[in-house]
Design a protein around this ligand. Structure first.
Ligand code: HEC
Ligand code: HEC
Length: 231
């Protein structure tokens, strides 16, 4: 305990001067200081206890994340689920393409997308939290295993590498992507979507590279207008 080393030398000093009035006053002061120190110490201990609990909780969360991450990685290479996903995807192909790369740009590409992100979106879409009218019926009879299988299937397909249109203002886009917009408190997109737009596997942040431009514009507009609210 840190109280005893503080207490010991002071006790010695007090014994030497115990006969004198000055020492008595000094004694009073020291006792007061020690009492204050003990009280302060007990407060510190209380705070430490709270810190320890907080640390403990965050450790648990990290563990869960690692476990989930590992599990998600295993799922991607699970051929049975992938096959089940491919069968279920038959009813998605008309809108998202046979290999997860659509011919209808506003529908968005799914091939090579982050598996956790895809699963989360499918859950949100099935529950209606992210409402997509044209997907209500296709998702109607798909249970959670099915959603998981679809997510695995699409994430295992090779994603496209986009081709930028040189006529567009690439510099502004790149500047915002890499640096954000300070005045408007827009965070740099790289922080979450990665320097090359590949997203973040463990965190489940979506890949934005290789996505169709009209779909990306529509999503950013929907976020800005508060129509798409999922985070
Ligand atoms: C009738 C057309 C249609 C069908 C069929 C369809 N979708 Fe979609 N899907 C869309 C549209 C349109 C969007 C874009 C929604 C938006 O703008 O938010 C979309 C978006 C998605 C997204 C979100 C992509 C992202 O990057 O966030 C996923 C995942 C998805 N669809 C999966 C599926 C799956 C799996 C099926 C089959 C079970 C399916 N869709 C069937 C039209 C369709
Ligand atoms: C703090 C992390 C973070 C930052 C910074 C960030 N994003 Fe995202 N972004 C996300 C997450 C998480 C999602 C998925 C949200 C969800 O689950 O619906 C997302 C979704 C998106 C989507 C929709 C993807 C799809 O497939 O539908 C687009 C487009 C996007 N972000 C673009 C951007 C751009 C452009 C920037 C920079 C201006 C940016 N993001 C900054 C975390 C971030």
């Amino acid at each position: 305990m840190c109280v005893s080393p503080l207490y010991a030398p002071k006790e010695e000093v007090l014994r030497k001067h115990s006969g004198h009035l000055i020492s008595r006053i000094f004694l009073g002061l020291v006792v007061f200081v020690i009492a204050a120190l003990i009280i302060a110490d007990s407060h510190e201990q209380e705070e430490n206890t709270i810190d320890a609990t907080e640390d403990g909780t965050s450790e648990v969360e990290e563990d869960t994340l690692t476990e989930d991450g590992a599990a998600a990685e295993e799922v991607v290479i699970d051929p049975v689920s992938k096959e089940a996903g491919a069968l279920l995807a038959i009813k998605c192909n008309a809108c998202h393409g046979n290999e997860g790369n659509t011919t209808i740009p506003l529908n968005g590409n799914l091939a090579g997308q982050n598996v956790r992100y895809l699963h989360k979106q499918l859950v949100l879409m099935k529950s209606g939290e992210r409402h997509v009218q044209s997907m209500v019926i296709p998702l109607e009879d798909v249970d959670d295993d099915g959603l998981q299988a679809l997510a695995m299937y699409y994430s295992s397909l090779p994603g496209l590498v986009g081709q930028a249109n040189p006529e567009t203002d690439l510099e502004l886009g790149e500047a915002i992507y890499r640096g954000g917009i300070l005045d408007k408190e827009v965070a740099a997109c790289t922080a979450c979507h990665g320097p090359f737009g590949n997203g973040n596997f463990l965190a489940g942040f979506p890949r934005v590279s290789g996505q169709t431009v009209p779909y990306l514009i529509e999503q950013l507009r929907a976020y800005r207008e508060g129509e798409r609210t999922t985070v």
